[in-house]
Design a protein around this ligand. Structure first.
Ligand code: ADP
Ligand code: MG
Length: 240
């Protein structure tokens, strides 16, 4: 579903991604881990063209999205992204946050968008919060609304960049459970996370990034029990 070839990204003279090549299958769940500054966020942002790659190519569903002629707006619609900070619209209720893009961007009729949003809220365990404003929700609830809002656009791929890093510890689990459920529906996902236990349990593949390189790519059982590179070993010693 996703094919990345020799992807590089530089900011000025600083080469942040140094030639990443990989493929992600439909339904695959990838956990992206690595030290701070290793390029995890930049990699995710390249996948939905929030950053313009410097060289290399990204193909999604057979479409070369790094082609200058590619329709970026349309491509982004198929890729949901959830950030550390939820970025909900503060002046809209929960349900209006969720229905906003389907109505405005896709032209979904109001009642249909509302029914779909209520179903998504049920999936993330927040059907009783539909008419509330974000300010009245906990961090974990806001993040679950942000996930529902992304799903409302019916993406084929979901990208998560440290979705639980801004949350108090007691709220981490409720968000990870929602992501885990989503993984089980067959959604293709890439998740940057520092939650090693979650990565181990929920991901099918671990990517270990260091200094802009994809140093290791392995099944969780293999990666966590016997990392191949010295860099991954050192990293795991620090975080486990
Ligand atoms: P990670 O998510 O793994 O912590 P990032 O992808 O955020 O790493 O950043 C990788 C490197 O790229 C860091 O050195 C960071 O300072 C640099 N970087 C990221 N975004 C920008 C930007 N917009 N301009 C300049 N440098 C950036
Ligand atoms: Mg980051």
């Amino acid at each position: 579903m996703i094919k990345v070839e020799q992807l590089t990204k530089s900011f000025g003279k600083h080469e942040v991604l140094k030639g990443i090549t990989t493929t992600v299958d439909k339904g695959e769940v990838v956990a992206l881990i690595g030290p701070s500054g290793s390029g995890k966020s930049t990699f995710l942002r390249c996948l939905n063209l929030l950053e313009k790659p410097t060289s290399g190519s990204i193909t999604i569903n057979g479409q070369v999205i790094t082609d200058p002629r590619a329709d970026i707006v349309r491509i982004r619609q198929g890729i949901g992204m959830v950030f550390q900070h939820f970025n909900l619209f503060p002046h809209l209720t929960v349900i209006d946050n969720i229905t906003f893009a389907p109505r405005k961007v896709k032209g979904v009729p109001a009642e249909q968008a509302r029914l779909a949003a209520l179903e998504l809220l049920r999936r993330v365990g927040l059907e009783d919060k539909a008419e509330m404003y974000p300010a009245r929700l906990s961090g974990g609830q806001k993040q679950r609304v942000a996930i529902a809002r992304s799903l409302a656009m019916e993406p084929e791929i979901m990208l998560f960049d440290e979705p639980t890093s801004a949350l108090d510890p007691e709220m981490v689990k409720e968000v990870l459970n929602v992501i885990r459920d989503l993984a089980q529906t067959g959604m293709t996902m890439m998740i940057v996370t520092h939650e090693m236990k979650f990565a181990r349990e929920a991901a099918g593949t671990i990517y270990f990034l260091d200094q802009g390189q994809l140093v290791e790519k392995a099944a969780p059982s293999a990666f966590f029990s016997s990392p191949q590179s010295a860099r991954a070993k050192t990293f795991l010693e620090q975080v486990l």
